[in-house]
Design a protein around this ligand. Structure first.
Ligand code: TYD
Ligand code: MG
Length: 455
């Protein structure tokens, strides 16, 4: 059998070369090439070689299978994002910027699961046990029966987990682990992949749920969580703005529950506190009706969340007017500005536009189009919408407004928070919230004329 040759693979485009180089020949990206040692293959060159495989039992789709048992932590926001609790033998990746609060979240989570009766192990590769203990003390978790260890060698971690066979193992973080079977530095693509693969395999084999922490990084030096997303069952991202105390735990992939679900937390001096009514939090501190401020009734995952869009429009001193967006898509803003200009005759040339979602929230729903347009118009025309008006609707390129999903849930949440008015597309179903007067608009031109008296 020929000696298995080392090859170099680009982590972005998958281009394979025999020599390392700083720049990928395939896609031109820098610092993306990593060494890859092919797995030693078994007898026979192909899978159907001389050695016989084992026939895998096949079954009908209709075969009865019990739903996987779930373990709740009692931390409602965490359980919700996991899809009503943790499934045994699952592998979960929790990604996020360094310093956003992943270790805090998982220490609190592990403590909650342990208090609920699960056997929990927390292995830190980044901090010494004394540091983790100090944090636990500050968070008031010292009474929780969590077993703590500090280790970065994968072989030692797996041996420990085999011996303990816990229900839950938290590994903080995947970038610090190293496997002695792979000849590259901890944090490299090859190491991160190999370690994640061994740990997910361990989870399936042993029934232990494994939670991997992964730092999101922009440089190619340390491999980000993206390279292991496909190996795990659930991918959660912990996000938030550094300056804000709100933190969102967002599920972007979940084999055992709804994706796009969010859990809302607040970072306090005593750790992360759950926020069970995010709308009230996102709207707190809202001033009197102000031009440029519009409340959007959105849906995040399975629940309605209200938040505030703020726009500022000012004459520009630059040749190319500024478009600055926080919490919303820049391309989508350009589209709405173009529709306002082309269909409604409201130009923004020579005007700087700033758009911000209050509270550090990030909105991706097209249903926020109308709220964005209303905030822009309100800022430009210096007309404030009533403070108790909620807005939602999708805008098409023709300037028409399109009804959006879950209209009634949006209105019910707004009603619960004391709103009495709403601006929505014509054709929206509005029966569920009798306390709200809904102004139904067929298109953006009508909104410009009837609501803002412009155009
Ligand atoms: P950490 O969990 O260490 O972040 P990560 O593991 O994602 O790198 O959290 C670090 C930040 O959280 C740090 O800047 C301090 C802040 N923090 C609090 O504000 N309150 C607390 O009780 C704790 C433990 C941390
Ligand atoms: Mg950490």
């Amino acid at each position: 059998m020929p000696k298995s040759a080392t090859r170099f693979v680009c982590s972005d485009c998958g281009n394979v070369t025999s020599k390392w180089s700083g720049r990928c020949d395939g896609c031109g990206a820098w610092n993306t090439i990593a060494e890859e040692v092919p797995l030693s293959s078994g007898p026979g060159k192909t899978a159907l070689g001389s050695a016989k495989g084992r026939a895998v039992p096949l079954g009908a789709l209709s075969a009865k299978e019990a739903p996987p048992p779930r373990r709740a932590s009692g931390m409602g926001e965490l359980d919700r994002v996991l899809g009503c609790g943790l499934v045994d033998a699952s592998a979960i990746l929790v990604g996020g910027d360094p310093g956003i609060g992943k270790s805090t979240l998982l220490l609190q989570g592990a403590a909650s699961f342990a208090r609920a009766g699960a056997k929990a192990v927390y292995i830190s590769g980044e901090e010494a046990t004394s540091q983790v203990r100090m944090r636990a003390q500050r968070l008031g978790l010292t009474d929780a029966p969590v077993q703590l260890g500090a280790e970065t060698n994968l072989r030692n971690i797996l041996t420990t987990l085999e011996a303990e066979s816990p229900d839950l193992a938290v590994i903080d973080s995947i970038q610090t682990l190293w496997s002695d079977t792979v000849d590259s530095a901890p944090g490299s693509v090859t190491q991160v992949r190999a370690c994640a693969h061994e740990l997910t395999t361990f989870a399936k084999r042993s029934g232990t749920s494994v939670v991997l922490v992964g730092h999101v990084t922009k440089e190619g030096q340390i491999a980000g969580p993206r390279v292991v997303e496909h190996m795990v069952d659930t991918v959660l991202y912990f996000e938030g703005e550094r300056g804000h105390q709100f933190r969102l735990l967002r599920s972007v992939k979940n084999r055992f529950g709804p994706a796009d679900e969010i859990g809302v937390f607040e970072m306090t001096g005593a750790g992360l506190a759950e926020v069970s009514n995010p709308s009230a939090l996102f709207l707190s501190g809202r001033e009197e009706p102000a031009p440029g401020s519009v409340v959007f009734a959105g849906i995040e995952g399975t629940r309605p969340v209200l938040c505030e869009f703020q726009a500022l429009v000012a004459p520009s001193a630059l040749a190319n007017a500024r478009r600055t967006v926080v919490g919303w898509d820049t391309g989508r803003l350009s589209m709405i500005l173009a529709v306002l200009e082309a269909r409604c005759g409201i130009p923004f040339t020579g005007l700087d536009v700033y758009l911000n979602v209050a509270g550090g929230m990030r909105i991706t729903e097209p249903a926020a189009d109308l709220a964005v347009a209303a905030a822009l118009l309100s800022a430009r025309e210096d007309v404030a919408l009533p403070a108790d008006m909620a807005v939602f609707g999708e805008i098409s390129l023709s300037g028409a407004l399109r009804p959006v999903a879950q209209t009634e849930n949006r209105l019910k949440e707004a009603e619960k928070l004391g709103f009495t008015k709403a601006l929505a597309p014509e054709g929206s179903k509005t029966g569920a919230a009798p306390g709200i007067t809904v102004r139904k608009m067929p298109d953006l031109v009508t909104v410009v004329g009837d609501v803002f008296g412009a155009g």
